[in-house]
Structure formats: structure tokens, C-alpha cells
Design a binder for this molecule. Sequence first.
Ligand code: ADP
Ligand code: MG
Length: 682
Amino acid sequence: MERIDWDTPLSAFPGVGPARQRALAKLGLERAGDLLTFYPRSYEDRTRSYPVAQAPVGESVCVEAMVAQPPRLSRIRRGLDLVKTRAVDDTGALELTFFNQPYLQNALRQGESYVFYGKIDLVGGRRSMTNPVFEPASRRKFTGRIMPRYPLTQGLTNHLLITLAQAAVEACAGALPETLPAPVLERYRLPGAGEACRQVHFPESWAALEAARSRLAFEELFYLTVGLSLLRKRREAGRGTALNTGDPKDFQALLPFSLTAAQRRVLDECARDLCAGPPMNRLVQGDVGSGKTAIAAFCLWRAARSGAQGAMMAPTELLAQQHYQTLKALLEPAHVVVALLTGSQTAKEKRAIKAALAAGDIQVVVGTHALLSQGVDFQNLALAVVDEQHRFGVGQRSALAAKGVHPHLLVLSATPIPRTLALILYGDLDVSVLDELPPGRQPVETYLVSERYHQRLYKFIDRLVEEGRQVYVICPAVEEDPEEGDPTLKSVEQYAQYLTQTVFPHRRLAFVHGRMKARDKEAVMAAFAAGDIQILVSTTVVEVGVDVPNAALMVVENADRFGLSQLHQLRGRVGRGKHQSYCVLVSNTQNPETRARLKALCATTDGFRIAEEDLKARGPGDFFGQRQHGLPQLHLADLSADMRLLAAAQRAAQDPYLQRPEHQPMWDRVRQLFQENPDIFN
Ligand code: ADP
Ligand code: MG
């Protein structure tokens, strides 16, 4: 083939026809350059070579031996071919079996020496290998070294990917531009870009692999940190509107309860931010039920009192409605005009609200992401509040802020995040913590039970419903999955049907899950909030924000399927009113570690401790992986293990020499990495 460069399509590589091309595209691989950042998921140690007689049984190793007899092809049945032969060295004989590779009959030659790499089995007292990788002993490319194992998909073999990656790395790694500034490389003793690329695919040693991996993870964290600091700097360069009319004491007078000490402290922190000078840029983290809405209400009240406008964005329609009701009741007596804007309003309603917002007749607007749509313009938006931040990306946060000129930004989050992770997810924000619950809350009693307990659990549910309470039942799946091996796995649709027909025919029961139409979902949730539904079977869609104080029992089926933080969040849906509330975790798991984690949840209600436990047990995926955090993807950095790297990357990102003009390419790269979120740098 012709010379390979970065843009060479993979279809030009030998062995890649249309079918494989499609399979490769599924993995995001279209051009040679794509292979360079397609990192192995693990490695095979093909360095150790043994004489046949000493090859350790059960381990994968290399054996150099000569093919001693012509390979025999036999057809066992349709679709099952077998090639068998035997290879020998001075110490003994190795039986070789290959499935469905009939061409090997001619490829393996009697009398030639090969290196075979595979797992050693003992069959009838003889050492054997099934489907080993092999190559002539005189020309070693695939054995005698550490080899990558790539993520695969149907129709691709690891061997093909190795062949492609070898060609691509050989041709392109040398031309990789160095994107880390030279002083950073030097100070942290990191290998260069090309070297790191070569070693991460085809490492010369485990130490070289570790160095390469560190460099690439460092790079990811470094760029993330630099990008976040850039965001922060842009905001700090602006000047916010002074929202300084309104004493916290006068605000207290509007409330039906007295603020907790933690709420007063955070209110003061916000009050100090809401001045002229750099706009506020604050995250308020507080456990479920800690009273974050009051903090938002205070800031919005300040905005209105100071002659400006404020907007609050919530992730669901139901939550937006709830906030609207709360803020209206609180602020209207103080002559603040509060409005609601959501997607389900009629075009006419929306038009009227948009006009009033543009004219400045509305001072506080609450809404869903409908607030971000075109045509929503403010006369003077001086404060943007984003509730339940983890449901939004950084881009949406910024998009709301972009509706004003350097507005103050207040972000509320109930997902307690370990400090180290907060540094990344919210690296551009100041953090306040509401670490106190309002007085009089009865802690939710939490129990771990097995499936055997179901009959008693159903009686308990029935008794609470009889007393007028409402109940959530959470299942991990939406529908039954025939592939699923666990017969106890509950799915929302089937379990709801079972409960309605067999257990609770006399109760009002409904179900809700994320695959339903938004309108149907909202209708069920509204009926539950209104008390018309007594038992709600659901996936974790009820996880965020909904406030139904009459709900007193949270049942989580297959509790071992959930992360602790998620369970904690679910538990936060009950215990919001005056009734003693309960959380029952149902699980048959015998895994001692899982049981210990679930027991830990029964014993504590401290969301931050739970989050730390979660991070240790499951890694950062729950906080970071699936959520649309809107930041560049981390491929190699493992946040639970790479904390030292993160600290180093953060130190490096703050170094003033980065401001020197020769580092312009690095800044360009930062902008490019964040460009999937065009609003970010507005
Ligand atoms: P979250 O932090 O989960 O958003 P909310 O702001 O929804 O919590 O508050 C939960 C409940 O606690 C609401 O019903 C609210 O009225 C009530 N609440 C908030 N602060 C106090 C307080 N200081 N004293 C008593 N009740 C409070
Ligand atoms: Mg809330």
C-alpha cells in the first residue's frame, strides 16, 4: 500500500474490506490517526518464553517449537473446521489445535520453527494450546513483547487491530505535535507525545507503559484544568451588577421557618458575592432536604430588590413548577413578580411571558431548559440560578448565563461530590456547603432485607397506605430482558403489573420510567404529588428534586445494582414531611463487600461520607462517566487512582509561564478541546 499518513482511510489497509470497515467505524475508527488515540484496554505479557516441558499449565506464555508433522484439516460438522498439528523442541511436544482457520493447513509448515503464544492446557497428560497466536521464530513482531488488547466489536479480532495499530503508530506517532509545554514535560519528567503514543500501544517494558500512561492521563487532566481556569478568568474579568439591596434579616421575615445556621452562613457568603466587581460564581452543595431553595430565593429576591432580573433553571418540568409555587408564595408578598416558563405551556402563554421578560415586567422567572431557547430575552438578567446541576452540562450552565451580561451565577447541587472530584467538575466555581438539616427532621430508618422478606414488606406497604401515606418502589430495569441472568431482577413494567394484579388490586398504583413520553411521565408524577396515586413503581427517574412530603416509604428492589450515592439520593425522596419515614433496600446479594456497603448506607445519612465510599468502591463513573458534564472526555485518567497526577496537573496549569506567547499552541488546543460546548467560552 502507499505511504500511510494521519488521514489515510482504514479501507486502504490490507485486510480491511467493507465489512471490517463498518465494524471499525462502530468503534470510531475511520482513519489511521484515529488508531493513535484508540487506547488498549489491557495488555498481554508475551515476553516470557519457555521450553515446552517447563511451560506453566494454565498460564498464557510463548513457546518456541518446530512443527513436527503436516497440519491435518478435519471437518467436524458444518461450520466447525479443525486444524491439528504437533510442535516439538528438545524437551517435549506441544499439541496445537485451531478452530475454523482451515487456511492454516498450508500456512504452518512442517520443519519450520515458530513462536506460539497461548494458554497452556493439559490434555490427556500432554501440553497443548488452542488457537494460539504464532509467527515464524525468525521474524518476531507479535511475540517476545508486551502486546495490547484493544476493545473489540463483532467482526474484529484483536490481531487485526494490532496489525492496523502497528502500521499507524509506526507511520504517524513521530509526527504527533507536542501539545504539552516543554517546561511541564521537564518538571514532571514526562515522555514526549510521540514516545508516549508508541509506548502506550506497544510498550517496551511495564515501566515504559506506566510512564506513557501517566503522561497521557496528565495531559487530559492538565487540559481540563487549564480550560476550567480559563472559564473562571473570563468570568472574573467581567463586572456583575451590584445586587446589594436587601438585608438577610428582612429576607428571614418572609420565611415561614427560621434559617439554620448553615443557611445563614451561606446566605452571607452569597451576599458578599452579589456586589459590583467580579460576578458571583458559586456552587452550593447540600444534602437532600438541607434547604437549598431558600438560598436561591434569597439571591433572586436581592436581584428583584436591586432592580434587576433573575432566572432559575430546573431539570424537570415538575421541579420547575414546584419552585415556581414556592418562590411565588415567598416573594409575591414582597412585591416581586414571579413567572413560570416551560415547554408544555401553550404558545400564547409563552409569548406573553417572553414579552414581559423582555420588557422587564417579570423580575423572577423559573423554568426548564426552555429558558435557554431562542427568543427568551431579558431586559436585565443579573442572576442565573441552576438547580440540580448534575443534570445539566457545563454548556447549559453557561448558556443560561449568556442571556445576561456577566450575570451572577448560583449553582445548586444535592449530589454530594468528594472534594477531589468537585475540583474537576466544579473547578471554576467557589463552593459553599450546607452541612446541616433543618431541625425536627426524623432521620429515615433504613433496612437491608432479602427477597424472602417480600410478603412482610407488602404487608408493611399496605399498612402505611392504609394510614394515608404514599410509597415509592424502585426497580433497576424498565422491561424484562431475556438475556438477563438474574431471575430476581425487577423491571418496572412487569413488577408494576404483578403488584397491581396480585398484591395490591385494592390500591391505586401507577408506574413511571424514562422511556415514557415526557407528557405521560409528568402526568403520573403530578398525580403522585397530588396524592391520587398511592404506590409509584419507578426507575431512578424520581431521583431528582421532587418533593412529596406525604411519601413515607422508599423501597429499592435489587438494591445492589445501584451506587450508594444514588441510593442516598433516592432515600432523600422520603422523610421530607412530618411522618416517620423508611427506606427498605431489597437484595439477595451474598457478596460480602456489597453487603457491607449497603449496611453502611443503613448506618449513616451523611451524603458526603457515602460519596467517598462510593468513589472508593466504584470509581468516579457515577459522578463523572454517564452524566453529561459537558467537559472533554477523560480516556486514561482514572480519578480514584490518579489523584496525585491531578494535583500535579493543577499545579502545572497555574504556572505563570503558560502566559508566555510561545505557549499559544497550548491555548489553541484548550479551546479546541472544549469546542464541543460552544457556549462555554461565551
Ligand atoms: P433541597 O436542599 O433538597 O433543595 P428544599 O429547599 O427543597 O431542600 O427544602 C426541603 C424542605 O425543607 C422544604 O419543604 C423547605 O420548605 C424546608 N426547609 C428549608 N429550610 C428550612 C428551615 N430552615 N427550617 C425548616 N424547614 C426548612
Ligand atoms: Mg432542591
